[in-house]
Design a protein around this ligand. Structure first.
Ligand SMILES: Cc1cc2nc3c(=O)[nH]c(=O)nc-3n(C[C@H](O)[C@H](O)[C@H](O)COP(=O)(O)OP(=O)(O)OC[C@H]3O[C@@H](n4cnc5c(N)ncnc54)[C@H](O)[C@@H]3O)c2cc1C
Length: 397
């Protein structure tokens, strides 16, 4: 495998670095990564940041140039993730719109839909959420029951979604639901609607998470109205659109691989900064042993990621190997952050009063999310077992 970058890729990296140096919020490169505490101010800050990224054509780098992106290659997208992780850049408030919904509208939308929605996704003028999961439909997404019926020139939507990230601040939702009375099977008779979140029939209720964030919601639809033509793809063939959207989710695995490196670097620095029993943690042989193990595993995870990326570039298809990356990186990230908390001994049980203002507690509790979102670790294991190892198929009910 060739690890060197082409001059064009190096130029891409240099241009991004220069732009970040010029445009990151004041004090960011010096280590002040605090977002405003007030939720409304935080939202305004993040929308403004994404607007700035869009102005510099750094919001949707993989998007075609004609839609305001850069048409970046897979390697350039990975360089982008690496550089953003290196400076721990503020997140994109419309990450779901940029990563999944925009590309799906570009792929399947009518010209009218593309013109209407795509530019506002890019600059976060309209934030989107993804309404897939329900209380009884997560891993088995096609078991969903939220329903829409056509009444004259509009759809009427009733039901409940859950875990809808950013629904509480979203302007629009990409909603997957049932539209057929007697489907042939559970994948039949689904439709994707593009829903206005600012209407009386839509009520997002934020969920208080164990990491103290309130990023996702239960979302209730009670006679919500959607104009008849706000369908993405074909009526009753929504499973196809749903799968197209999920295929764009895979690229974000790169994000976990680089977050892992970032977490390891942070852990190493932490062990140099803090003492136990009168000497720096880094001098304790047991700690050194664990750090050496993490160093090797993080390196192996990145090499594996690059190997799978090379395969993807050669074949033009993502393949099941991405499941291995997601499983390994997300589980390792959780373990590594948990180890940082355990190094604090009894203090580890504290929250903001713990060392480093509870940074490691927050990171640890947050790192469970990546082992669930985008397909749980067990589902990744099923994919690896069936599609890579050729083991018998999981029982489908
Ligand atoms: C941070 C985060 C953000 C999210 N954002 C969104 C969002 O914006 N929009 C949205 O629609 N959803 C979102 N989700 C929901 C996510 O897609 C689901 O949580 C995920 O698909 C799992 O579904 P579930 O929670 O219903 O768990 P279930 O599917 O009920 O699974 C429960 C347990 O059973 C296991 N299990 C299930 N099926 C199998 C099987 N066949 N074999 C072995 N084990 C199995 C699972 O691994 C899990 O441990 C988000 C989740 C997280 C954590």
């Amino acid at each position: 495998m060739d690890f060197s970058y082409t001059p064009q890729e190096e130029e891409f990296r240099a241009e991004l670095r220069a732009w970040l140096k010029e445009n990151l919020p004041p004090g960011w490169l010096e280590g002040n990564h605090k977002l405003p505490e007030d939720p409304k101010e935080e939202e305004a800050f993040l929308r403004a940041w994404q607007h700035k990224l869009a102005d510099g054509h750094w919001a949707g780098v993989s998007w075609p140039k004609e839609y305001g992106g850069r048409g970046a290659s897979l390697i350039e997208q990975v360089i982008y993730e690496e550089e953003m992780a290196r400076v721990d850049a503020p997140p994109q408030v419309n990450a779901i719109g940029i990563g999944m919904i925009g590309p799906t509208i570009i792929a399947l939308g009518t010209e009218e839909q593309k013109k209407r929605y795509v530019p506002k996704i890019l600059n976060a003028e309209e934030v989107w959420c993804q309404g897939y999961s329900e209380p009884n439909a997560g891993s088995d997404l096609a078991a969903l029951t939220t329903r829409a019926t056509l009444e004259g020139d509009h759809w009427v939507v009733n039901g409940q979604k859950i875990w809808t990230s950013y629904a509480h601040l979203a302007d629009r939702c990409f909603l997957l639901l049932r539209t057929k009375e007697n489907p042939q099977n559970k994948h039949d008779g689904l439709t994707c609607l593009l829903v206005d979140m600012h209407q009386p029939g839509v009520e997002p209720r934020p969920i208080h998470q164990m990491n103290d964030h309130r990023d996702f919601n239960e979302t209730f639809f009670n006679n919500a109205i959607v104009p008849k033509d706000e369908v993405l793809g074909e009526v009753n063939n929504g499973w196809y659109a749903a799968v197209v959207l999920l295929s764009f989710e895979r690229v974000s695995v790169a994000n976990v691989a680089f977050r892992l490196q970032q977490a390891y670097d942070g852990l190493l620095a932490y062990c140099k900064r803090h003492e136990r029993n009168g000497r720096p943690l880094i001098q304790d042989p047991l700690v050194r042993n664990r750090l050496a193990g993490y160093h090797a595993r993080v390196h192996a995870a990145k090499l594996n990621f690059y190997r799978n990326l090379t395969r993807q570039i050669k074949t033009g298809r993502p393949g099941p190997e991405g499941s291995m990356d997601k499983l390994y990186c997300s589980e390792l990230l959780k373990e590594l952050n948990g180890y940082a908390v355990s190094l604090q001994g009894a203090q580890g049980e504290l929250w903001q009063d713990a060392e480093e203002e509870g940074k490691w507690q927050e990171e640890y509790l947050s790192s469970f999310a990546m082992t669930i979102a985008g397909g749980t670790s067990e589902i990744q294991k099923n994919i690896i077992a069936e599609r890579m190892l050729g083991l018998p198929k999981d029982i489908k009910y």
